[in-house]
Design a protein around this ligand. Structure first.
Ligand SMILES: [Zn+2]
Length: 410
């Protein structure tokens, strides 16, 4: 699976930098030598040179927290009408933004990526909508055939044919729901009554969560995360652990919210990250948020992985889930003739260097606040399905230094 993903990434990388053959300009500069119009400041550079800098505005990804209820039980999950439960749920999910905005430099890089670069902030944020759906089949993940205690995970891992695929489609086509990553709060229906009545005493459920990697080929595909038994865990933390450790709910509430690091890890998968990467084996870096070991610090992400997530936010089905106004504020320079043959969404300005031709064959989406600046005698050539629009579908208009012959439609 990972190899397949890497191959696709490599393919897109080469496709994006495809030089136009057969068109030469007498005054064109050698594309390998830096053009004077390319600024070397931190917030300007080619797409391949992209780095996270403090001055960037974060990109915001929408997440729909789907609270599944069993209509046959009076109480079966967090209730948005219960102030205590609602605030707990919100604090839990907001904790994910702390995981993605405040990284700590590892004191020891053994087992990790060993580059000297470090980003404190991914510049990626999540905004959460909370939606309750009554559906007893969906509520009980045992209906998928999975048994977490027996390590049988088939059916509960989000995919195009998992047990909630029908709900993924229903939500995607519901005009009242904004497109976002769907996080389903599911339940072990076989053990619910026992643990609800005991207020978490005898809690023995496996704590696995599961997520879905982004798609680089199906840009309208849904992305989902399964977070089972969180409500039963709430009872366990509130009553059982408080009793066991002779402490208060005030303290164990903090432990409950600390579990959100696990869901922050799952959203890492949603953004295209794995437990391993080209620098280390699975779980080898004890600081990485993408380690599966809950005893690891999990408060760090290596810069290459943060950049991988940003690349997926430009090139995968994740482009559907980013808020309309998201804008990093940096400028990507296009230093040489380029042919874009795939859809991309940019949260940055674009700057065509002098004499550069940018061919665009598939739709490109630009942030409403972004500008596209033409260098001297540079051109954008639209062909096939090529166009540039805003996230709402309206034609992009914010060009700078545009001349009458700057844009050519073939
Ligand atoms: Zn994982």
């Amino acid at each position: 699976m990972k190899k397949h993903l890497l191959l696709l990434l490599v393919f897109i990388f080469t496709a994006c930098a495809y030089p136009t053959i057969g068109i030469t300009h007498p005054n064109s500069t050698n594309p390998t030598s830096p053009s004077p119009t390319i600024s070397q400041s931190a917030t300007s550079g080619t797409i391949e040179q992209f780095k996270i800098t403090k001055d960037l505005n974060p990109i915001t990804v929408r997440v729909n927290v789907i609270i599944l209820e069993d209509e046959k039980r009076p109480k079966s999950n967090f209730s948005l009408n219960d102030a205590e439960e609602k605030s707990l749920l919100k604090d839990y999910f907001e904790r994910i933004n702390l995981s993605w905005s405040k990284f700590y430099a590892p004191s020891n890089l053994t087992g990790c990526y060993t580059g000297s670069d470090f980003y404190e902030d991914s510049k990626i944020r999540f905004v959460f909508d909370y939606i309750t759906i009554k559906d007893s089949y969906a509520w009980n993940y045992k209906n998928s055939g999975a048994n977490l205690e027996k390590k049988n995970y088939a059916g509960i891992s989000p995919s195009e044919n998992w047990y909630l695929a029908y709900l993924d489609q229903k939500i995607a086509h519901d005009p009242s729901v904004q497109k976002g990553i769907n996080v389903y709060l599911t339940m072990d229906g076989d053990n619910f009554d026992r643990l609800y009545q005991s207020k978490g005493a005898g809690y023995n459920l496996n704590g696995i969560e599961a997520s879905q990697l982004p798609s680089l080929t199906k840009l309208d595909r849904t992305s989902s995360v399964n977070v089972p038994n969180r409500y039963l865990k709430y009872f366990y933390h509130r009553y059982e652990l408080a009793k066991e450790h002779q402490t208060t709910w005030k303290e164990t509430r903090g432990w409950h919210i600390g579990d959100a690091v696990g869901t922050a890890h799952e959203l890492g998968h949603s953004l295209g990250l794995n437990h391993n990467n080209q620098y280390h084996q699975s779980n080898a870096c004890q600081y990485s948020l993408m380690s599966q070991n809950w005893q690891h610090a999990r408060n760090y992400l290596q810069p290459t992985e943060i950049l991988k997530a940003h690349k997926n936010l430009r090139e995968s089905n994740l482009i559907q889930f980013v808020t309309e106004d998201s804008f990093l504020g940096n400028t990507f320079t296009i230093p040489s003739n380029t042919h874009w043959t795939k859809t991309q969404r940019f949260y940055s300005n674009l700057m065509l260097s002098d004499h550069v031709e940018l061919r665009i064959s598939e739709p490109i989406i630009m942030a409403p606040r972004a500008a596209i600046t033409f260098g001297n005698q540079s051109k954008i050539i639209f062909e096939k399905n090529g166009k540039i629009s805003y996230p709402n579908g309206k034609e992009f208009a914010n060009y700078v230094n545009k001349k009458s012959n700057s844009i050519i439609k073939n």
